[in-house]
Design a protein around this ligand. Sequence first.
Ligand code: MN
Length: 750
Amino acid sequence: MMRQYELLERVTRYNPEADEGLLNKAYVYAMQKHGSQMRASGDPYFSHPLEVAAILTNMRLDDATIAVALLHDTIEDTDATRAEIDTLFGEEIGKLVEGLTKIKRLDLVSQKAKQAENFRKLLLAIADDVRVLLVKLADRLHNMRTLDHMPEHKRGRIAEETMEIYAPLAGRMGMQDMREELENLSFRTLHAEAYETITERLTTLRTDNAELIVQIEQTLTERLQERGMAAVVKGREKRPYSIFRKMQRKAIGFEQLSDIYGFRVTVGTVEACYRVLGIIHTAWPTVPGRFKDYISTPKQNDYQSIHTTIVGPSRQRVELQIRTISMDRVAELGIAAHALYKDGLTGGRNIARHTDDSKAYEWLRRTIDLLSEGDTPEEFLENTKLELFHDQVFCFTPKGRLIALPSRATPIDFAYAVHTDVGNTCVGCKVNGQIVPLVTELHNGDEVEIIRSQAQTPPPAWENIAITGKARAAIRRSTRETVRKQYLALGEHVLKRALDRASKSYSEEALKACAVHFQKTGASDLLEAIGHGELSAQDVIKQLYPDYQDERAAHNVIIPGEGWFGLQQGHGLKFRIPAGAHLSLAKSEADSEDEGDVDSTALLIRGLNGNVAVNFAKEGGAVPGDRIVGILTPSEGVTIYPIQSPALKDFEDQTDRWIDVRWDIEADNSDRFPARIIIHAINTPGSLAAIAQVIGEQNGNIDNVKMLRRSPDFHEMVIDLEVWDLKHLNRIINMLRDRPTVSSVVRVNG
Ligand code: MN
């Protein structure tokens, strides 16, 4: 096991200004915390964090990252706490260690996660600092190096996860060394036979070619030295996994591979790279079409190098990469090669140092863009923060399906994201095995299990808990369905009672037959219309039993302009108008319909963008405060309906047209909105005047009054009002209900 002073030496070799006190403290703390814990190999547990730290010193990372590596398993595996680490090492290190703890917990969930790409995003969401990812990759590398000590049944899963998630992640962070080693270690576990075969062949090849490789290295070095160039030439062997992949991709055998060996020439300056290229191209013939200059045009991940292939000293094809030492470092270490951190690689020799911070920043930014694959997040990056997916949370179903939600989402949003039926039948939930309230905010990596009951319908209040449009729209649709059923039950009740009084019998069959007459689709449609007053029970009975005498006929009083329910026009109506009330009588149905089409494009409604035309349903009825839905009509825009509007029935099957909208009206808004109420009042002198007076006192405008029925004892009328909002309307309705002469006040919708 590496000694304390050895670790310190490794760090101070490339970073003389490293905080030795910090490193010593972390070493001692982690060693004490892990105490007598053992690894599967039988080694003391502490050897693991120490090796992880060693891997990171090879990458020449800053002292904070090395300290985090030493501490990375303490919160999860010992009695250490975040608070304790904060106190001893500062909040920055505490936060990084906690990030690693979260990822470690995630490993348990990842067994089930099949979508590697999403899992990688999840990882990024949790690791909000590049250093967390660097330590995690080093941690995984050491675990892969010691995988043989793990029980056999666990090896496959760990290797698979490494191949699918961690190796590509290292690759995208530009860390080619890390990627290749992770791939090879996984390959050895996942395809043991193929690995063995290729390794054996490589060993043979290496023995056969050992002399040749040395010869090429020497000849190249000498030729360059003759021309005054100090260059290092090194032969490289392709790794087994790269060979395996190339054989698979090109469907060729081992013997047909021509590029198992490559040579790399490293020099001090960019200028030297081109001089080396000139010398080599003059000395040996080149293979056409194999020259690439990634120095003048770097790859997207900042990779720089000159590639060329020559027919070499022994008449063999020789692949060459020519680059500077700092380019080499970037190519091998990627993101880790950059001095990103304020207390970072300040004293390094031969290190690519960016005194210009913005270059490192730019590099990181581009890398993150690559990591995010095609998303174009802007302004998300602050220093070393990975804030890419901070507006999302990633959760799992018990079967391991990954569900991405906006941050602050609740289990209700989760349920609807899984399936609308799951949402509609949700009654409770478990998060990570614990029953929690449905208002609970979900966090990254949560496993969410929805408890369902077929008897459930979503309570309207959920609309305020859910934050996704999908969930809210579904809750409204479902609420509407419930309201519809209530109307249906009410209509049935009203009709049955009326039939009883008329001594006629109720038959669903007969009802179905007469529905067509009222342009209804069936019995329930007809009953629903009766329920919300669109049809009268008397008219339906008349249709069912043509000989039936309408009991209303004797009592009806007809009002000017009345066109409702087939009442005749031409009779007068007497009542007085109190001062202060705005009352307009005797409007014809046609007139009021023209005005009923309120064009309120000036009105702000949340959930729509500014380019969409907003209309209100012709029947009106939606006032601010009402729960509303928008229905999209291509080329016409969006029409707003109150949730209880019967007109919405026509759109029930077209759920894609339903739009999640909300009022967005200023508190001091002075616009008025039309609403309609039906009043039953006792027929005494002055009762109508009293009604008008109440409305006037409450500052409501009466736009229109229609008398529906009038008997010696009561009258029933429709009043069209203009109000500011739902609160205003409800206040008027309540004040009216308080009047002793008023027996009922009901709001009419659509
Ligand atoms: Mn570990």
